[in-house]
Design a protein. Structure first.
Length: 145
């Protein structure tokens, strides 16, 4: 699996721990920036990661901003993206099991790096349940036509 990761200045605090976790798990990734704490516009990075996932070059994406909210709003504008913003374990598992979320959005001003890693782990290791959820995702995809 290959993951595209992007952040703004509000989310960059979570990035080192997440990259360390991905390294430890042997999961390959590409860091699409930003790389410093200088103020940047989160939609720029949301688009980079969402386009990278929608193109098929990457299977999943991770987006980090202050709350995760702006990144999720922006990423969900890209066709084929199912971006989930969350801060609890139940939702991290459910967004894979029920929503097959292909982008995870987390907030650097909401979560500790340790909690963020836990949520990434749950999201990556929980399988999509398929069945009735396929129909529901199909209804969402119809809205993109
Ligand atoms: C940047 O100050 C902040 O607005 C951004 O990181 C994010 O929280 C937006 O949703």
């Amino acid at each position: 699996m290959k993951i595209a990761i992007g952040c703004d200045h509000g989310g960059i605090v979570l990035k080192p721990a997440i990259l360390e976790f991905l390294d430890k798990k042997g999961i390959s990734y590409e860091d699409l920036g930003t790389y410093t704490t200088d103020s940047v516009d989160y939609p720029v990075y949301a688009k980079k990661v969402a386009d990278a996932v929608a193109s098929g070059a990457f299977e999943k994406g991770i987006l980090l901003c202050g709350t995760g909210i702006g990144m999720s709003i922006a990423a969900n504008k890209v066709k084929g993206i199912r971006a989930a913003v969350l801060s609890d374990e139940f939702s991290a598992a459910a967004c894979s099991a029920h929503n097959d979320a292909n982008v995870l959005c987390l907030g650097g001003r909401v979560l500790s790096p340790e909690k963020a890693v836990k949520l990434v782990d749950l999201w990556l290791t929980t399988p999509f349940e398929g069945s009735r959820h396929v129909r529901r995702l199909g209804l969402i995809a119809d809205m993109e036509k």
